[in-house]
Write a protein that binds this ligand. Structure first.
Ligand code: PTJ
Length: 254
């Protein structure tokens, strides 16, 4: 928007903020989504607003996992639709993934508005809208429990971003592998996912697409090796140690 000066040092971050606010004004993002975004901005400061080595490792594992999956699904909420709709569609195409709308604050208007954004980004089919979200994830009491029989319910791998913790736990209990993009390494989602990409979803999605394109020609055995060498707990540990060290260094630079 015109109020952000061209030479503002935090122009990019402010423009992204405007994107989220506009999406909220249209009812795509919920007000709670602004709070989630602010929390994300804070963690982005802590990791230096760059994709760090621990995220690169997780992105490699995620790319391998998506390419090896039998029935991968990308789960989309309001914030994801507002920030990375084009990338979601591109990634789905490259990995043969289904796209499903799944909302914490579900209502018919938002389901349709989010599907519309994805269709405008050239999605072929969007699941989880209206009657299609007819099945229930066991032990989950939020609106997130409603899923499509042809999407998340059937998936072996689910990619999700900016989530509350309950659903990741429930999906893992159902035997699914979960790839989470969450910039907060301490969240329950981060702790329970199979692969956690601790990075801003805006930077992580294009990198994940790049990695999938790079890995597409690799034989399955090589992809399986990448996955078996991956340890999510140690990647999370590395991200927390990185933040702690960075804060210590910053304290000395005062
Ligand atoms: O659209 P809905 O109805 O499904 O609701 C979506 C929100 C985001 C409101 C809902 O899922 C929610 O309340 O999420 P939480 O519990 O606030 O968790 C969001 C997580 O995403 C937090 O751990 C944030 O740090 C993280 N996060 C925020 N912005 C980004 C992010 N992670 C990656 N990239 C970001 N840009």
């Amino acid at each position: 928007r015109e109020i952000i000066p061209e030479n503002h040092p935090r122009k990019e971050s402010l423009l992204i903020r405007e994107k989220i606010v506009e999406a909220m004004e249209k009812g795509v993002v919920v007000p709670q989504g602004l709070i989630a975004h602010g929390r994300g901005e804070c963690f982005d400061y802590l990791i230096g607003e760059k994709t760090q080595f621990f995220a690169e490792k997780a992105i490699e594992a995620a790319a391998a996992m998506l390419l090896l999956a039998k029935y991968p699904v990308i789960s989309v909420n309001g914030n994801m639709a507002a920030l990375v709709a084009d990338d979601i569609v591109k990634l789905a195409e490259l990995t043969n993934s289904k796209i499903e709308v799944n909302l914490f604050y579900r209502n018919e208007y938002r389901e349709k508005a989010i599907a519309e954004i994805l269709y405008r980004a050239n999605a072929k089919n969007v699941l989880g809208v209206g009657e299609d979200a007819s099945l229930t994830i066991p032990e989950l009491f939020s609106q997130r429990r409603k899923v499509s029989p042809n999407g998340i319910y059937k998936a072996d791998v689910v990619l999700l971003g900016l989530e509350d913790g309950d659903r990741t736990e429930a999906l893992v209990k159902m035997g699914k592998k979960v790839i989470a993009i969450d910039i907060n390494p301490l969240s329950r989602t981060s702790m329970t996912a199979t692969v956690t990409i601790v990075d801003n979803i805006i930077r992580a999605m294009p990198r994940l697409i790049q990695k999938v394109m790079e890995f597409k020609s690799k034989p399955n055995e090589e992809l399986m090796k990448i996955l078996s060498n991956y340890d999510n707990k140690s990647v999370l540990r590395e991200s927390i140690v990185f933040i702690a060290n960075r804060l210590t260094q910053l304290s000395f630079s005062l």
